[in-house]
Design a protein around this ligand. Structure first.
Ligand SMILES: [Zn+2]
Ligand SMILES: [Zn+2]
Length: 168
């Protein structure tokens, strides 16, 4: 590492190469190349990228990044809506597969999700005790089953209650 040819930041910039090397260590003790644009230590940068990937499983693979590039609206929802759920195993691939399987509609009321997810966007419905992802729901259905405490018995009783014959 130390016998690497020295090249200053200015020389590297003039030469049009992205990295330079001064032979001096960074604040974390790496005697490493640095990026010309922000003088960032390459090893520090790699370590930071690794920490980010560890904290965001699913983002790691190049496949996933390509998918997100091709589906910017869906990628945005993944970040905004899935958020923590990402950790429960909701990768972009799985999200896309669920969307396709549900024909881009709410799994309950069948309202179509809008293509850009602006008006009707999918909410990731998951079981709060097991973290198992159940499906993608529109906002109303997601909130609805939440108001019924995710309790199937209660929802059945609600349906029966609505159907009870009543005098006008
Ligand atoms: Zn460093
Ligand atoms: Zn719905």
């Amino acid at each position: 590492m130390n016998d690497r040819a020295l090249i200053s930041r200015g020389e590297a910039r003039t030469a049009g190469v992205p990295r330079y090397f001064t032979g001096r260590s960074c604040k974390n003790g790496h005697v490493s190349e640095r990026y010309v644009d922000k003088a960032l230590c390459v090893e520090c940068n790699n370590a930071a990228s690794q920490r980010y990937r560890d904290a965001h499983p699913g983002i790691a693979s190049a496949n996933v990044r390509r998918w997100m590039d091709r589906h910017p609206a869906a990628a945005k929802v993944l970040y905004a809506v899935a958020g923590r759920r990402w950790r429960y195993g909701l990768t972009p691939e799985r999200f896309a597969a669920m969307l396709d399987a549900q024909q881009h509609q709410c799994a309950l009321c069948r309202t179509p999700f809008s293509p850009d997810f602006k008006n009707t966007r999918p909410h990731v419905d998951h079981c709060h005790s097991t973290n198992v992802i159940r499906g993608l729901l529109c906002h109303r259905c997601n909130a609805g089953i939440g108001h019924f405490r995710d309790d199937p018995e209660l929802l059945v009783r609600a349906a029966a209650y609505l159907k009870e014959p009543r005098d006008e």
